[in-house]
Design a protein. Structure first.
Length: 90
């Protein structure tokens, strides 16, 4: 896929994440509760998106040798937050 096309797809993905966060009633409710308690809220979310091209023959994915798999322990809050972003945990 040409670079301009992948850039357009990544931009669309970023816009989708932003829209999902903006439309989250749960996030808005939590922020409102914090403000009602007398605090100002500044929310900053950093997202790192990685991708690699798939090879054509066997369907395997080319993985950079510097990439390492790690095990993460998610709290119930983490899982709930990811669910609000419509990110599935498998």
């Amino acid at each position: 896929m040409p670079e301009p096309e992948i850039k357009a797809l990544l931009k669309r993905l970023g816009e989708s994440v932003n829209e999902t966060l903006s439309n989250s009633t749960e996030i808005h409710d939590c922020i409102r509760e914090i403000r009602n308690a007398g605090y100002e809220v500044f929310l900053s979310i950093e997202t790192k998106i990685g991708f690699c091209s798939a090879s054509g023959e066997d369907g395997k994915t080319d993985i950079n040798e510097n990439e390492k798999l790690i095990n993460l322990k998610l709290t119930e809050y983490d899982a709930k937050f990811l669910k609000t972003l419509k990110i599935a945990i498998n």
